[in-house]
Design a protein around this ligand. Structure first.
Ligand code: MN
Length: 448
């Protein structure tokens, strides 16, 4: 009893000292069975041959390591330079991992090969050194009529879609001295050389069909990320003031992400003021903002490999001018009409028709804005899509209508990320204001 009293006292002291209150939410995580379920679903869909997926070869740049999206989706494993082989005819999965030297283990820690619990935790048939991969494949893939399912389409990344990866590669090829093939293309070529009798097929459409529909565990993470990312943008709004630099807003927002378990932003934060509101992928973020201007922020966190995408536009001074208000209302009405139209079965054309009807009813000139479906969000902020897009329950979409008037230094974009539900959609990023009155009320709380 006495002990309990003491515990209570300690707890109360902690609460009042702010230590528990200030504690960040524990990020939602995946259970090991999730990845096994995904592998079995992929193997069932593919049905034959061998499926071979590659992990990211290693660390690049100053950011935290982030695994290849497709490899992560089927393993949850962050080992670098690894290979996953799935055999649909037996349902077995094998992981091939580099054998690290003692020095490597000391410098960066071990991998799944050094972890006796990894095989059971990852629910694999076996884990082998990656140096054994070719022998393993020669045994299985050397047979006649063997089909190898590889990722023959481009990879996506946290901030870029598969088509963007392809586009950037093509742009790099403008300069013949940068025109080397991608890792993906190189691997396909190596398989063609080593297994000329095998048929190479693209596994990507099967992967994309799965990744497009979010699982319960992904949805839990996305909901949490929606709240964290919304809070981050709200903090940036409060950090804005005449004379502030764009990067000060970025700093305020990134702090909220890092404090709540995100690895960082899902893409380079866009904080554009004045003329920069009209540059859609602006990311210099080094301009001083002034009263009378708008600031546009496009921002989202990366939480447990699930991304988020929000854009808000607000007046630096705290009050919209009449001209800004007029255009803001149009973008907002179109964005809200899109969200009203979102439900399973809906196509881009359906949304456009709904938006046109709604604007007519309300007597609003849409200024050329038509609305639509936007883009899918998930492991990548421009997530995978296979075939023509028709909304389904469990899809996650970002919708971002915008109007740009560079001659007036006036760009307005409003973006939310939503989950398609049984009969509509749930806005995951609703905690950051977008109504004119709400924005002005929030900004009025600033002190400067
Ligand atoms: Mn977007």
């Amino acid at each position: 009893m006495k002990m309990k009293k003491r515990l209570w006292l300690l707890l109360l002291m902690l609460v009042f000292s702010g230590q528990i209150v200030a504690q960040a939410v524990i990020p939602a995580a995946y259970t090991p069975g999730e990845f096994e379920k995904r592998r079995l679903a992929l193997m069932k869909a593919v049905g034959q041959g061998l499926i071979i997926l590659f992990a990211s070869p290693g660390q690049t740049g100053a950011g935290h390591f982030r695994q290849d999206n497709d490899f992560f989706y089927f393993t949850g494993c962050e080992d670098t330079n690894a290979v996953l082989v799935m055999n649909p005819s037996t349902g077995d999965s094998f992981l091939f991992v580099p054998q690290k030297t003692e020095r490597e283990k000391m410098m960066e820690g071990g991998n799944s090969l050094d972890d006796p619990g990894a095989r059971d935790r990852l629910r694999l048939r076996n884990i082998y050194p990656v140096s054994y991969l070719d022998e393993f494949l020669a045994r299985l893939a050397g047979r006649q009529d063997q089909v190898l399912y590889l990722r023959l389409s481009p990879e996506d990344s946290v901030g870029e879609s598969r088509s963007e990866t392809a586009l950037f590669l093509a742009r790099r090829h403008r300069n013949p001295y940068n025109a080397q093939p991608s890792l993906n293309q190189f691997r396909a070529e190596r398989f063609r050389q080593l297994y000329p009798a095998a048929q190479l097929k693209d596994v990507t459409p099967f992967i994309d069909a799965l990744r497009m529909i979010k699982t319960e565990e992904e949805i839990a993470i996305l909901r949490q990320n929606g709240k964290i990312s919304a809070e981050a943008v709200k903090k940036a709004m409060l950090a804005s003031r005449p004379g502030a630099y764009e990067y000060e807003l970025e700093a305020a927002a990134v702090e909220v992400l890092l404090r709540n378990g995100c690895r960082g932003p899902a893409y380079p934060p866009i904080v554009g003021s004045g003329p920069n509101t009209c540059i859609q992928h602006y990311e210099k973020n080094n301009r001083r903002m002034e009263s009378g201007e708008l600031v546009l922020m496009d921002f989202g966190g990366d939480l447990n490999y699930m991304t988020m995408d929000i854009t808000r536009t607000w007046p630096v001074s705290g009050r919209f001018t009449e001209e800004q208000k007029k255009i803001y209302r149009v973008v907002l009405e179109v964005q809200k009409a899109c969200l009203e139209a979102f439900r399973p079965g809906v196509t881009s054309r359906d949304v456009q028709e709904y938006v046109a009807r709604k604007m007519k009813e309300k007597g609003i000139d849409p200024l050329g804005l038509r609305g639509g479906l936007g883009h899918l969000v998930g492991l990548s902020v421009h997530d995978v899509q296979s075939g023509e897009l028709v909304l389904q329950e469990g899809m996650v979409m970002a919708i971002e209508p915008a109007l740009y008037y560079p001659e007036r230094n006036l760009g307005i974009r409003i973006e939310d990320t939503v989950l398609i539900t049984k009969d509509g959609c749930e806005v995951l990023t609703s905690a950051v204001p977008k109504e004119i009155e709400e924005i002005e009320a929030l900004l009025a709380k600033r002190k400067f």
